[in-house]
Design a protein around this ligand. Structure first.
Ligand SMILES: Nc1nc2c(ncn2[C@@H]2O[C@H](COP(=O)(O)OP(=O)(O)OP(=O)(O)O)[C@@H](O)[C@H]2O)c(=O)[nH]1
Ligand SMILES: [Mg+2]
Length: 203
């Protein structure tokens, strides 16, 4: 697939505020891992606000993406989530975050995949385990992607992929770098595949 255009639509806290009936791909993950950068690299446009200050994204930012696949043009929604696990937010704010994100993900019937962005340099921890368990309990589709691979050696990346497979089971973690564009084509191919599966009419 080829992304032709990406436009910021609005910032929301509930799926009812999204003004389209289009399939949606959510980008979730810890604070500062590079979710917004990944969306910019994927769309080759500076639509998503990035920041070196963790916790910059507070609401769910909705983008309308125009893409072309097999000569046909269509739209899809990308949603950029505020990051979780930022140590400096209060407990009350962390709970608000959890309520908004869980509410949005479980009430949104348009979601066709949740791209879970992880920093390849970090270890999987308790918060990540909680997310994996929650997504699985809700039977939500998700795809792990390890980003910032430009900052890590091949050997360490391979070790990380190995240790993460314990949590992701048969799911294959994708690799990505917003700095070099590594993994961009593979992520696009993945999205194309998810869209194909979704577009098949149910019998
Ligand atoms: N080297 C490198 N730096 C990256 C990469 N992706 C993001 N960054 C940097 O990481 C920082 C955070 O990036 P963002 O895209 O704002 O991260 P985010 O996950 O959207 O952050 P929040 O919205 O605050 O949760 C920025 O300084 C980016 O330049 C990458 O692939 N490689
Ligand atoms: Mg962000």
């Amino acid at each position: 697939m080829r992304i032709i255009d990406a436009k910021y639509v609005k910032s929301v806290s509930s799926p009812t505020e999204v003004p389209f009936e289009m399939p949606e791909i959510c980008y979730v993950g810890r604070s500062n891992v590079g979710k917004s950068s990944l969306i910019n690299t994927l769309t080759t446009q500076h639509v998503a606000r990035t920041s070196s200050r963790p916790g910059a994204t507070r609401m769910i930012n909705i983008y309308r993406i125009l893409y072309e696949q097999l000569g046909k043009r269509d739209h899809i929604v990308f949603s950029d989530f505020p990051g979780f696990g930022y140590a400096k937010v209060s407990r009350a704010m962390a709970l608000d975050w959890q309520k908004m994100v869980e509410g949005y993900l479980s009430a949104n019937k348009r979601i066709i995949d949740i791209v879970w962005v992880l920093d390849v340099r970090r270890e999987f921890d308790h918060l990540d385990e909680m997310l994996v368990e929650w997504l699985s309990s809700k039977e939500l589709p998700f795809t792990p992607i390890l980003t910032k691979v430009d900052k890590e050696t091949q050997g360490n990346i391979a070790r990380k992929v190995n240790s993460y497979s314990r949590f992701f089971g048969t799911r294959k973690a994708l690799l990505f770098s917003s700095r070099t564009g590594y993994g961009r084509e593979e992520l696009l191919a993945h999205i194309e595949q998810v869209l194909d599966g979704w577009l098949v009419p149910e019998l």
